[in-house]
Write a protein that binds this ligand. Structure first.
Ligand code: CP
Ligand code: NVA
Length: 324
């Protein structure tokens, strides 16, 4: 291994094998929360928020602390970045003081610019386009309940609802990377961009996965090992609430739709959830739902991701085998 600065800006920034390595490391952190301590010192990790958060904020704050570091959490309202200081200048400053930069923001081009100017790993903690940390946690949750990381390839996952949002895009890219059969179902006008579908198809052709994008919810769910949904109104779209509900009712995850999935299918939702909208209470609070494990797995998956990025940058494999 040679030292290399790596970032996690979108789900296909890691290869199939690298994704497996990160998820296996996530399993180690599930068993032992102090498995590796890359930020011993404590070294600081900047965790920036331009949008609200409960899970991302808590999992990165607790995670960085458990990795031996200090989480420097900065909200939009409390930073010059929030007042319009250039991203490049913020990157140049933070990179001199921190060991990694984690950022939740709006356009994907913002995290890309941060990564261009930073000399430490940059992690996308949700943009309008992608939410890669969430999907690592979601796949860890499938591994936890359905036979381990080695069993992920070949599984069928389905995502229903707003299929033009960050979660749909991330399931496409991460699922294809994992070698899964990725089904995406949503109404016309809310389907993923063709360029992302094409990227996912190109990856799937190499990993043995496949991609199906459809408006037919029932066709998409049939036989799935895991059923995902997300809010119909993402952060930043609140003013469209009234118009946005209408097209999505056929994609609500309810008992009838769940009955078409595999017998042991899991239900996951990145949260926050709107019961009675994208999912019924009977499903999210029912026996197939693993949403609380999923939320906990944000912690383990992100600790694994940060540890892996630092191991790459320092060319230090001892961080990955628990000897440090
Ligand atoms: N799933 C997720 O990212 O939740 P938060 O918005 O609470 O961070
Ligand atoms: N699609 C949602 C995900 C929240 C974690 C949003 O962007 O608001």
């Amino acid at each position: 291994m040679t030292a290399q600065l790596r970032h996690m800006l979108r789900d296909d920034d890691v290869s199939h094998d690298e994704q497996l390595d990160i998820l296996e490391l996530g399993m180690r952190f599930r068993e032992n929360r102090l498995f590796s301590r890359p930020f011993e010192g404590p070294q600081a990790v900047a965790v920036l928020f331009d949008k609200p958060s409960t899970r991302t904020r808590s999992s990165f704050s607790v995670g960085v602390a458990e990795l031996g570091g200090y989480p420097l959490v900065i909200d939009k309202g409390g930073s010059q970045l929030g007042r319009g200081e250039p991203v490049a200048d913020t990157a140049r400053v933070l990179t001199r003081m921190t060991s990694a930069i984690v950022w939740r923001t709006f356009g994907q081009e913002r995290v890309e610019e941060m990564a261009r100017y930073a000399t430490v790993p940059v992690v996308n903690a949700l943009t309008d386009e992608f939410h890669p940390c969430q999907v690592l946690a979601d796949f860890l949750t499938i591994a936890q309940h359905q036979g381990g990381v080695s069993e992920l390839a070949g599984k069928t996952i389905v995502y229903l609802g707003d299929s033009a949002n960050n979660m749909a895009n991330s399931y496409l890219l991460a699922g294809a990377t994992a070698g899964m059969h990725v089904h995406i179902a949503g109404p016309y006008g809310y389907l993923p961009e063709q360029s992302i579908v094409a990227d996912a198809q190109a990856i799937a052709a190499k990993t043995g996965g496949s991609v199906l994008v459809t408006t037919d919810a029932k066709e998409a769910v049939r036989g799935a090992d895991c059923v995902f949904t997300d809010t119909w109104v993402s952060m930043g779209e609140e003013s469209q609430y009234a118009t946005r509900s209408k097209p999505f009712w056929d994609y609500q995850v309810n008992d009838e739709l769940m009955s078409l999935a595999a017998d042991n299918a899991l239900f996951q939702h990145c949260l926050p959830a709107y019961r009675g909208k994208e999912v019924t209470a009977s499903v999210i609070d029912g026996p197939q739902s693993v949403v609380w494990d999923e939320a906990e797995n944000r912690l383990h998956a992100q600790k694994a991701l940060l540890t892996w990025l630092i191991a790459m940058q320092r060319d230090d494999t001892s961080l990955l085998d628990g000897t440090k």
